[in-house]
Design a protein around this ligand. Structure first.
Ligand SMILES: NC(=O)c1ccc[n+]([C@@H]2O[C@H](COP(=O)([O-])OP(=O)(O)OC[C@H]3O[C@@H](n4cnc5c(N)ncnc54)[C@H](OP(=O)(O)O)[C@@H]3O)[C@@H](O)[C@H]2O)c1
Length: 332
């Protein structure tokens, strides 16, 4: 197998030299095990904090395979749970092959993963990104029909799902994204009520005010930094901030942080961080709801496939330059 390992802890934006491509011989599967060929692996902004050891999860060690979700197929099996030819999903990491005893691996049911639902949706809209949107919004967001929701990185997999669930809950939804193509997608495809191109705005707080003159009730924050401050200035009395991610801060040596704190007092704001794995026991409920919406055509998702295992580090770094348009996966 070939696998990408962490060679250096990144300083700022991740570079190719922070990773090393290694080749390792895998043993033949033993009784109860199977050999899996990985077909797609994900690149996730949250992995950046694990590379430098400031995540809620343990830091990735130097020389360890970079972790990620993946979809593959069983090529050789001595396990009844993992039949040859089955399509499987699991946390394989940035690797071409894996030997598995089935723990932590899900065999994808062709009855569910067919038609509108691709196998790769299991690591996207039906995986961690979709679940983050679902639980962040429905639980921490405390939404009530008629309220106004603001979502940053609204064209990304978490943001796009939050926008669409927000519309289903009867919210007025405003998405923030970078560039004309992404904002058109947020408005026209995801059916947000308004979309703001933050790159084209010199005063983002004023742009949010134009889109939501009566203020914002819930800010679903994927980005942090300046966008968070602009959102705080527009929050209403009793407003909630769902802290999903801080992608604008992940590569900073020291975070920019929050400038506007007084509104938390004057407007009784609440800001709460999310770790999606805390909802593990309810994943099935959320996945059934999201799958139902995809199948009835009322929720869409966008995947962007980068071809070539060798390109994994650059595909990952591109997330922090806004290059991905949808759930970025690398095809092996
Ligand atoms: N809390 C949890 O349990 C949990 C779980 C999963 C993910 N997350 C978080 O959810 C967020 C979204 O994740 P995702 O997988 O859907 O990826 P994503 O939103 O597609 O993340 C990449 C996008 O972030 C935006 N971005 C990158 N650098 C930026 C910067 N400096 N300033 C402003 N925007 C920037 C870019 O979009 P534009 O081109 O629009 O700027 C880029 O395309 C991430 O922060 C991630 O860490 C949290």
């Amino acid at each position: 197998m070939r696998h990408w390992v962490l060679a250096h802890r990144p300083d700022g934006l991740p570079k190719g030299s922070d990773f090393r491509l290694e080749r390792t011989s895998l043993p033949a599967p033993k009784d109860g095990e199977a050999l899996i060929a990985v077909d797609f692996v994900s690149v996730d902004p949250g992995m950046r904090s694990r590379l430098s050891g400031d995540s809620y999860a343990a830091a990735l060690g130097l020389g360890e395979t970079v972790e990620s979700a993946g979809v593959g197929h069983v090529v050789e099996s001595r396990s009844a749970r993992l039949p040859e030819g089955a399509t499987v999903m699991g946390g394989f990491g940035w690797t071409t092959h894996a030997i598995s005893d089935g723990r932590g691996i899900q065999v994808l049911d062709p009855a569910i993963f067919s038609g509108r639902i691709t196998p790769t949706a299991s690591i996207g809209v039906l995986g961690i990104p979709g679940l983050t949107a679902y639980f962040g919004l429905t639980d921490l967001g405390r939404p009530k029909a008629g309220e106004t929701l603001l979502v940053s990185s609204a064209a990304g997999p978490v943001g796009a799902t939050a926008v669409q669930i927000g519309k289903k809950l009867g919210l007025t939804v405003i998405g923030i994204a970078g560039g004309a193509a992404k904002t058109s997608y947020v408005r026209d495809d995801l059916k947000a009520d308004a979309a703001i191109d933050y790159r084209a705005e010199s005063d983002l707080a004023a742009a949010i005010k134009r889109a939501a003159p009566d203020g914002v009730d819930i800010y679903f924050d994927n980005v942090g930094g300046e966008q968070l401050d602009a959102a705080i200035l527009n929050l209403k009395q009793g407003g909630r901030i769902v802290v999903s991610g801080q992608v604008s801060e992940y590569n900073a040596a020291a975070p920019r942080g929050i400038r506007w704190v007084t509104p938390f007092i004057t407007k009784r704001l609440r800001m709460e961080g999310l770790v999606v794995y805390d909802y593990r026991k309810r994943f099935g409920e959320a996945q059934a709801a999201i799958a139902g919406w995809i199948n009835d055509g009322s929720l869409s998702y966008r995947e962007e496939i980068v071809a070539g295992f060798e390109r994994l580090p650059e595909a990952f770094a591109g997330l922090f330059r806004g290059e991905n348009f949808g759930r970025r996966l690398v095809r092996i």
